[in-house]
Ligand binder design. Structure first.
Ligand SMILES: CC(C)(COP(=O)(O)OP(=O)(O)OC[C@H]1O[C@@H](n2cnc3c(N)ncnc32)[C@H](O)[C@@H]1OP(=O)(O)O)[C@@H](O)C(=O)NCCC(=O)NCCS
Length: 160
């Protein structure tokens, strides 16, 4: 996408991201799941997509698992609603795959909510596979209560 550059995320990006987060997620309250610690401790494996005037077009927060050897994890990805469908989400993911490979990873995990059908479609398009769970919803494996009571999740994995 011309005019949008990727750079490492910075703790100074926090207020800007958090101000946009809930709106970018269609009004869902998401900011509690993205405390500043991610911007401080995982900045070296997280990305900002910025336009020529410095405004935020998208971001990705990810890290290399300190426990599961060879595994990287994408916690959040968001693209400005005005810029969706132009390949920026794919670009952020592919840049993260490069960062993860350079750190010895051979697979990436991402977890999303079953109500987030856009995220599910995006991950399927990116070649992620839903990991078998206890139920299927609309043909997709779901892990009931994965993040606590009533907090079902779809768990995606992809070899990189
Ligand atoms: C999910 C999200 C990051 C995708 O960003 P994007 O820049 O629009 O995605 P891209 O244009 O790079 O699309 C990549 C692929 O995913 C597909 N895709 C993306 N969003 C889709 C949707 N809502 N429905 C169907 N397919 C979709 C595209 O068709 C494309 O497929 P292709 O490359 O085979 O043609 C963006 O919609 C977003 O920010 N959503 C809100 C936040 C969110 O839910 N994040 C994910 C959970 S953390």
């Amino acid at each position: 996408m011309p005019g949008v550059a990727l750079r490492k995320l910075d703790p100074g990006d926090y207020q800007n991201v958090i101000a946009k987060l809930d709106a970018w997620w269609g009004g869902r309250h998401m900011s509690d799941m993205l405390p500043k610690l991610f911007f401080v401790h995982f900045a070296s494996t997280s990305l900002a997509a910025v336009t020529g005037d410095g405004s935020l077009a998208g971001f990705l927060v990810g890290f290399v698992s300190p426990t599961l050897a060879g595994e990287a994890y994408i916690h959040f990805v968001g693209v400005d609603p005005q810029r969706r469908g132009e390949g920026l989400g794919r670009r952020l993911y592919e840049a993260f795959f490069d960062l993860a490979r350079a750190r010895g990873c051979d697979r990436v995990t991402a977890v999303t909510s079953p109500v987030n059908t856009g995220s599910i479609a995006f991950h399927l398009a990116m070649g992620f596979e839903p990991q078998p769970g206890a139920q299927k919803l609309n043909g997709i494996w779901v892990h009931p209560d994965y993040d606590g009571p009533g907090e079902d999740r779809v768990v995606f994995k992809k070899a990189i």
